[in-house]
Design a binder for this molecule. Structure first.
Ligand code: ATP
Ligand code: PRP
Ligand code: MG
Length: 281
C-alpha cells in the first residue's frame, strides 16, 4: 500500500482533504482519526503535524506527503517536491518596525524571531549575513514588541497580522511557498504515484479552467481560435447555419469574462461558459 502523510490541522489541512476527496480518495470523517485506509485505491493516509510531514517522508517511513514548500525546505529533510498543488500560497518575508527601507544587509548582528530557522539560516548564509536567530513556535509577530527580537522572518498571506503588530515588510521575498506533494529523495517512484499525480492534475485543471462554446462565421474562425487556443487545439464542429461553425475549448477561469468580450468583438455569438466537474488531460 502507498503510505501518504497529510496535515492533521492548520492552514493546509482542510484544503488537502478536500482536494483528495475531489480526486476520488477516501478521507477521514472524524478529525480525531490518525490513520485512514482507502482499500479501493490501495492507499493509507497518516494524519500528522504539518511540520513533521517532510521528516517522516525523508526518513523513509512514508512514501509521499502533502506539506508546504517552506516547511520542506526548513526541515532540510531528504525529500523532494514533486508537484505544486495550487493552494496555501504564502510568502516568507522579513519585517520590523519602520523598516521599509531596510535590506537583508541591515540584519547583520541583529536578533531575528522566526519559526523557520533552517530556511532563514540558509538564506542569511547565502547573503553573507550573520544574525542571531530566536526560534519561536508561533505568534512570531509579537517578538519585537516584547523585546526578544529586532526583526522577524515569518509567513505572510494577507499581511494583516504583521500590520496589526506594527511591523512593515522589507527586502525581497525569502521564499514563495504553496502546498506541494513530496516524495523520498533518490528512490524510484512508488506504484500508485502516477495515478495520484494524474488525478491531482485533473482536479487542479478542473478548478482553474472552464469550457467555452460559441458560434462564429467561418471567415472569423482563425481569429477566434487564436483567442481560445485550448489546451491542445479547439474542437470545431459544423453548424446547420451556412457559413458558421461551433467552437469548443478550455479557457483559464480567471480570464473568462475578458475572453467572452474579445470573442464578441471578433463576431462570435451564443457564447456559453460552463464549469468542468472533473477532467484528465
Ligand atoms: N494564512 C496562513 N498562515 C500561515 N500559514 C499558512 C497560511 N496559508 C498557508 N499557509 C501555509 O501553511 C503551512 C503552515 O501551516 P500551519 O499554520 O498549520 O503550521 P504552523 O503555523 O507551524 O502550525 P500551528 O499554527 O498549528 O502551530 C505553511 O506551509 C504555510 O506557508
Ligand atoms: O498574513 P496573514 O494573512 O495575516 O497570515 C499570516 C499569519 O498567519 C500565521 O499564523 P497562524 O495563524 O498559523 O498562527 P501562529 O503564528 O501561531 O502559527 C502566520 O504565522 C502569520 O502569523
Ligand atoms: Mg501557524
Amino acid at each position: 500500500m502507498l503510505k501518504i502523510a497529510l496535515p492533521n490541522k492548520g492552514s493546509l489541512a482542510e484544503e488537502t482533504t478536500a482536494m483528495l476527496r475531489e480526486a476520488g480518495y477516501k478521507q477521514r470523517t472524524d478529525l480525531k482519526d490518525l490513520v485512514l485506509v482507502d482499500e479501493a485505491n490501495g492507499v493509507e493516509f497518516y494524519y500528522l503535524r504539518p511540520r513533521d510531514i517532510a521528516v517522516y517522508v525523508g526518513e523513509r517511513t512514508l512514501d509521499l506527503g502533502f506539506t508546504g514548500r517552506d516547511m520542506l525546505l526548513d526541515s532540510a529533510a531528504e525529500a523532494d517536491e514533486i508537484m505544486p498543488l495550487g493552494f496555501g500560497g504564502t510568502r516568507f518575508r522579513f519585517a520590523a518596525p519602520g523598516a521599509s527601507e531596510w535590506t537583508v544587509a541591515d540584519l547583520e548582528g541583529k536578533r531575528i524571531g522566526t519559526s523557520y530557522p533552517g530556511l532563514l539560516r540558509s538564506y542569511l548564509d547565502s547573503h553573507g549575513v550573520t544574525a542571531r536567530l530566536i526560534k519561536l513556535d508561533g505568534a512570531v509577530e509579537s517578538s519585537v514588541r516584547l523585546g526578544v527580537a529586532d526583526a522577524v522572518a515569518d509567513v505572510v498571506e494577507t499581511g494583516s497580522t504583521l500590520k496589526r503588530a506594527g511591523l512593515v515588510m522589507f527586502g525581497d521575498s525569502i521564499l514563495d511557498s504553496e502546498a506541494i506533494l513530496i516524495k523520498q529523495r533518490g528512490v524510484a517512484d512508488p506504484s500508485g504515484l502516477d495515478l495520484l499525480k494524474r488525478r491531482l492534475t485533473g482536479v487542479i485543471a478542473a478548478r482553474n479552467y472552464r469550457m467555452i462554446d460559441y458560434n462564429v462565421p467561418v471567415e472569423e474562425l482563425e481569429a477566434a481560435c487564436s483567442i481560445t487556443p485550448g489546451i491542445d487545439s479547439p474542437t470545431v464542429s459544423p453548424l446547420h447555419r451556412e457559413g458558421w461553425v461551433a467552437v469548443r475549448a478550455m479557457i483559464p477561469s480567471k480570464q473568462a469574462q475578458a475572453i467572452m468580450d474579445e470573442l464578441w468583438d471578433a463576431g462570435a455569438e451564443g457564447i456559453l461558459v460552463t464549469d468542468i466537474a472533473a477532467c484528465r488531460l
